[in-house]
Design a protein around this ligand. Sequence first.
Ligand SMILES: O=C(O)CCC(=O)C(=O)O
Length: 265
Amino acid sequence: MVGRPTGPALARFVSDEDPAQVFHALERDGAVVVEGLLPEPVARALRDDFQPHLDAVAWCNTADGLTNEFFGHQTKRLHGLLARSPRFADVVVHPLLRAMCDHFLAPRTRDYRVSTGELMVLGEGQGDQLLHRDADSWLHFPEPRPEILVSANFALTDFTADNGATRVVPGSHRWSRERKPQDDEVGQATMPLGSALLYSGNVLHGGGSNQTDEVRIGLYVGYLLSWLRPIENHVVTNGLEALRAAPPEAQRLLDFTESGWEAFA
Ligand SMILES: O=C(O)CCC(=O)C(=O)O
């Protein structure tokens, strides 16, 4: 079905908005869209850097049948993004993302790390992904679970209602696990190239269905309390050379550091 019914609208901001306003809405809804967080030429340049790596892998390149049930079959996922584009370091240290981590994570930790950087690519025919909470990767927290992970999904192509813009359930970061969303509670993060969906690790969301012949490319970066284990082993996925060449702040966020206990800079 093209032009699916739209659920609740996500709060939207522009990139030079007062961060306090952005974080107020993020705290309230669990997700917001920030338009133009990356200038369009930067978003295009990242996409150009990544494109040959995406072309080199098949659809459905995730590890096994079980994970494909979750990730999808018309999807490509890539990690080790610093090694594929040194520009990824600039994304990782983006001031608004750092401010988001300081706001949401700092109360619980002296430091934080990138859990994973991932290209989330949806091709023609990919269906709706199961709605899920990213922080469920660290299952052993008593509930209500505090904020342990905050993330950004950058649009490296336009995200439209028809090409798989991320589906999000505003407010669900505060729901009990038993509550299931009704159709009219599910919104969509439609946004132009360079924008980002910022979201809580506790909010229900999932990739949308791509009913077009366009490829939708999302660039995900998620930040985790430094005393939890990141999903990605950045040294293995990127290699030493790429990490050694990165600026110190990006090195630290990508866990290329001797300790997980450094105080905030
Ligand atoms: O593709 C998207 O928009 C979101 C994907 C996602 O949430 C995931 O794979 O964990």
